[in-house]
Write a protein that binds this ligand. Structure first.
Ligand SMILES: C[S@@+](CC[C@H](N)C(=O)[O-])C[C@H]1O[C@@H](n2cnc3c(N)ncnc32)[C@H](O)[C@@H]1O
Length: 306
C-alpha cells in the first residue's frame, strides 16, 4: 500500500491537546487516514468523521481504520459542501484540513498528477468530475491557459507555455499524457530558462492545472466558512496547506473571523516543519499550519453571565 507520511503531525496533535475535552473530530481531508488514526489513538473517547472526495483514498483509509469500529466514519464528498456532508454530526470539537494531494495520488502515474511518472493527463481528485487536465490543455483557448498558469501556478513563462501548447495542438493534435505535456513544456522553454527556473520546468504548470481541475481555491474558501458553522464555542480549527495561494486564503479567512470577534488565532505566523522533518519527508518542505479557536456569539454571552 502507498505510504503517506502525515505532515506536521505532532504539531497538529499538540494543538488538539489544548482542547479540554475532544469528543468529536472532523477530518476534512482524510487521505490515507494518518491524522485520523493518530487522533483516534490519542483520544480514546473520541469519534472521528473523515471526508475525502477520492474514492480510492476513502476505501484504503476505511480499511486502515477498521480496528476502531464505530469510532470512525468515512464520508464521501467535497469539503466545499462540508455543511451538507457532515452537518448532521455537528458540532465538532476539532476540524482538520490537510489540503492538497496525497502520496497515493501523486505517486501513481495513472492518476495523472505527477510530472515524474507518465500517465493519462487527468488530475481529478474526484473521478466523477467532468473537466480533467486533458480537457483544459486541449480545449481551452490560449489566453485562458496563460491565465490559469499565471494565476494558479505563478508561472513566469505562462504566456510562452500557453502559446507553445496551442501551436503543438494545432500541429500534432491532443496532448493526452503527463509525459507528453512535460516534453512539450521542455520543447517550449529554452534550456537556459529551464536551468534558471529552479525545480522541474513543468512543476508550476502541473500545480496550476491541478488547482483549476479541482477548483481548489474557491472550494477551500467555501469549506472553511462552512466548517466554522459546524463548530461550537471553543472548538479548534487546524489547517495545513502547501502553497502560498492556499495559505493566503487561510490567513485571510482566519483574520476576517478574528476581526468579527469570533476567533482566537493561535498562530500569528504559520508553523512550519523542522529541518529534520523536511529531510525525512520532502513533501513537508512547503507545509504551513495555521490554527484558531472558534468563539461563538452565544458562547460569549454565556461567558459574560459567569
Ligand atoms: C494531503 S492528503 C491528506 C493526508 C492525511 N492527512 C493523512 O495523514 O493521511 C489530502 C487529501 O484530501 C483530499 N482532498 C483534497 N481536496 C479535497 C476536497 N475539496 N474535498 C474532499 N477531499 C479533498 C485528497 O483527495 C487527499 O486524499
Amino acid at each position: 500500500m502507498t505510504e503517506h507520511v502525515p505532515v506536521l503531525l505532532p504539531e497538529v496533535l499538540g494543538f488538539l491537546k489544548l482542547h479540554p475535552g475532544i469528543e468529536k473530530v472532523l477530518d476534512c481531508t482524510l487521505g490515507l487516514g494518518g491524522y485520523s488514526e493518530a487522533v483516534l489513538n490519542l483520544f480514546p473517547g473520541a469519534r472521528v468523521w473523515g471526508i475525502d472526495q477520492d474514492e480510492e483514498a476513502l476505501y484504503l483509509a476505511g480499511k486502515r481504520l477498521e480496528p476502531f469500529g464505530g469510532r470512525f466514519q468515512p464520508l464521501r464528498g467535497n469539503f466545499g459542501d462540508v455543511d451538507q456532508i457532515a452537518g448532521e454530526f455537528a458540532p465538532f470539537d476539532a476540524i482538520l484540513f490537510d489540503i492538497g494531494v496525497s502520496n497515493l495520488q501523486i505517486s501513481e502515474g495513472r492518476r495523472g498528477f505527477s510530472f515524474q511518472s507518465d500517465g493519462p493527463l487527468d488530475m481529478r481528485m474526484d473521478t466523477g468530475l467532468e473537466v480533467s487536465a486533458a480537457t483544459i490543455v486541449n480545449r481551452y483557448p490560449e489566453k485562458e491557459l496563460a491565465h490559469i498558469f499565471w494565476k494558479y501556478g505563478e508561472e513566469r513563462f505562462s504566456r510562452q507555455i500557453a502559446r507553445g501548447i496551442v501551436l503543438h495542438r494545432q500541429k500534432h493534435g491532443d496532448i493526452t499524457t503527463t509525459g507528453s505535456l512535460v516534453s512539450v513544456i521542455r520543447e517550449i522553454l529554452p534550456a537556459p530558462v529551464q536551468r534558471k527556473m529552479g525545480g522541474h520546468p513543468a512543476r508550476r504548470v502541473f500545480q496550476a492545472l491541478r488547482i483549476a481541475v479541482n477548483d481548489e481555491l474557491a472550494v477551500l474558501e467555501q469549506g472553511l466558512e462552512q466548517a466554522y458553522r459546524l463548530c461550537r464555542n471553543g472548538s479548534i480549527v487546524v489547517v495545513v496547506s502547501y502553497h502560498s495561494l492556499e495559505d493566503r486564503i487561510v490567513k485571510n479567512s482566519f483574520r476576517d473571523r478574528h476581526k468579527e470577534g469570533l476567533a482566537k488565532i493561535l498562530t500569528r505566523r504559520p508553523v512550519i516543519p523542522s529541518e529534520e522533518e523536511v529531510e525525512q519527508n520532502y513533501k513537508a518542505r512547503s507545509a504551513k499550519l495555521r490554527t484558531m479557536i472558534i468563539e461563538t456569539r452565544e458562547g460569549k454571552e454565556v461567558e459574560g453571565k459567569w
